[in-house]
Design a protein around this ligand. Sequence first.
Ligand code: GRF
Length: 196
Amino acid sequence: MLKRIAVLISGGGTNLQAVIDACESKRVPGQVVGVISNKADAYGLKRADNHLISSHVISRSNYPDKKERTKALIKSLESMKPDLIVLAGFLEILQPEFIRAFSDKIINIHPSLIPKYAGKGYYGMKVHEAVIKAGEAFSGATVHFVDEHVDTGQIIIQESLRVASDETPESLQKRVLNIEHKILIESINKCLRSEV
Ligand code: GRF
C-alpha cells in the first residue's frame, strides 16, 4: 500500500518536484496526495497541477486570522490522511496546535548545516548570503523533524559541501539545492520505512 505524503510549499517547488518524481519512479514507496501553499502564486502549485495532484491555497489573504488559518491547514491536511507531511520551502511558522495535531509526522528541509544559519530570519537566499559573508569553508543541507521551535527538531539527514573560493550566494544556493533534493528523498524513505 503506497504511503500518503502531503507537501507544504511557498515557492518554486523544486523539492516538491523531486518528491513527485521519486514517487512516480517508485524510488519512494509513496504518493503525493496533496499540496498546500501559503502563496497563491507559488510555481509549485503548477507542478502539482501538471501531475494531477490536488492543491489548496491557505494564505493570509484568504485566512487573515492566524488561528483560523491554522485550523484550515489542519482540516485540509486531515482530509488528506497523510502518513508524512513534508515542509518543502514552506515559509510560515507553524503554530504549536498544528505541530501537536501531526506530531512526529512533519519533516522540513533547510538549506544549511543546522544548527548553523538556522532559526528565525534564516531562510532562502539569506542563509547563503550569511554563509558566504562568514567565510565558511563548508555548507550544505539538513532534513529534520519539526518540533514547536524553528529548525530545532531531531536531524534525520545532513550533507555538506565545500564552499568554493569564488562562491556567490546564487552559486551556493544552486549547489545546496541539489543536495536538498537528494537528502529529502533519502529522508522520506527513512521515515516511511520507520528507520528513524
Ligand atoms: C529550499 O532552499 C529549501 O531549503 C528552503 O526553501 C527552498 C525551497 O525551494 N526551505 P523550492 O521551492 O523547493 O525550490
